[in-house]
Design a protein around this ligand. Structure first.
Ligand code: SF4
Length: 370
């Protein structure tokens, strides 16, 4: 699997802690994008042998990939086709912002031919809220972008919504019939963001923890009524439409991450490229670390306990099993974990309930091997 990071945005949303660089003008966007794509293509050529197997999923994320001019996107895709075996590709996703999805851009993406899945960042359908969190689109543009994408032939669409927004009182009044996947994230305040400053200065107030939990259940129920099943703490899909790419991350499948700030994993080592566009273009610097068995187990806990699939006893190293069983029993007793034994006691499954998913991070921390 391959992840490509396009680290540009029109401007920074107030809550965003992802690495992305706001581009001041169309000219700057054009010049920087061209130099960045040169570096990206170069990285693909140099690292092509790290993915000797056929690629099953590709994800182009950001930043705002839909800010990349179509000509540059075609170059990225052309290099992917040249450098990697895509004969077994199942899913190729591109993240888009609604304001970029003109008819012309969507038709251009169709012509490029690789993408069979769009992930569109709607976040809210309340104009006041969109403005407050620094999004550039309106609710109407969001709805029209999804309709337009569907009408040009993208029928595998995921949309992002947020809950826990300031003064949020209503669920998005959205017609979910055109989409088959929804990511619903709780707004979190990350240090170093404009939102963190606004909250500290009392200019923005966020819902209480109890209200956040109420909104989580309300969103879950709202999506269930529309035919979506939760499969991860923030992800819902119609049957068969889970994100294959993200599900592979959670299974700890090795992946190649290309571009500034992109991470890679080869099964035992993690590598992260420099989070700076200029430095990436000039040096393609990166750092890496080799995971210990303990790191690998702790990572497994952090990801598996956020999914409804959970984990099986067979996934837990022998040395941790008695501690794992003892602590898990408490979570079974309080209703956060449900147990099943589909094959044999050895394959006992520990699956978070809807309530357990809310406590995934705490449970994982409790189970960590120190
Ligand atoms: S568009 Fe996405 S990546 Fe860019 S600033 Fe907003 S949330 Fe962050």
């Amino acid at each position: 699997m391959i992840y490509i990071h396009i680290p540009f945005c029109h401007r920074k949303c107030t809550y965003c802690a992802f690495y992305s660089k706001p581009l001041a003008s169309t000219t700057e966007a054009r010049l920087t994008a061209a130099a960045y794509v040169d570096a990206l293509v170069d990285e693909m050529r140099r690292r092509r042998d790290e993915q000797a197997h056929p690629i099953h999923t590709i994800y182009i994320g950001g930043g705002t990939p839909s800010l990349l001019p179509l000509g540059q996107m075609a170059r990225v895709v052309g290099a992917l086709r040249k450098c990697f075996d895509l004969s077994q590709l199942e899913e190729a996703t591109i993240e888009c912002n609604p304001e970029d999805l003109t008819q012309e851009y969507l038709l251009g993406l169709k012509d490029i031919g690789l993408f069979n899945r769009l992930s569109i960042g709607l976040q809210s359908l309340d104009d006041e809220m969109l403005h407050l969190i620094g999004r550039r689109h309106t609710a109407q543009q969001a709805v029209e972008a999804v309709e337009r994408a569907y009408s040009v032939g993208f029928h595998n669409i995921s949309v992002d919504f947020m809950y826990g927004l300031p003064q949020m009182s209503q669920l998005p009044a959205f017609d979910f019939r055109l989409v088959n996947h929804v990511s619903a994230y709780a707004l979190t305040v990350e240090e170093g963001t404009a939102l963190a400053v606004q909250v500290r200065q009392g200019r923005v107030s966020l819902p209480s923890d109890d209200e956040l939990v109420r909104q989580y259940y309300a969103m879950r129920e709202h999506l269930a009524k529309a035919g979506f099943e939760q499969y991860e703490v923030s992800n819902y899909c119609r049957p068969g439409y889970h994100s294959r790419h993200n599900s592979r991350y959670w299974n700890r499948t090795p992946y190649l991450g290309l571009g500034a700030a992109a991470h890679s994993f080869d099964g035992s080592r993690r590598r992260w490229n420099v989070a700076d566009v200029k430095q990436y273009i000039a040096t393609q610097a990166f750092e890496e670390e080799t995971l210990t068995d303990r790191d690998a187990y702790n990572e497994l806990l952090m990801t598996a306990l956020r999914t409804t699939a959970g984990l099986s006893l067979a996934d837990v190293p022998e040395r941790c099993r008695s501690d794992f069983r003892r602590k898990m029993q408490r979570y079974v007793d309080c209703g956060w974990i449900k147990l099943s034994t589909p094959h044999s006691p050895h394959y006992t499954l520990f699956q978070p309930t809807a309530e357990g998913l809310l406590h995934a991070d705490g449970m994982a921390a409790d189970l960590f091997e120190m």
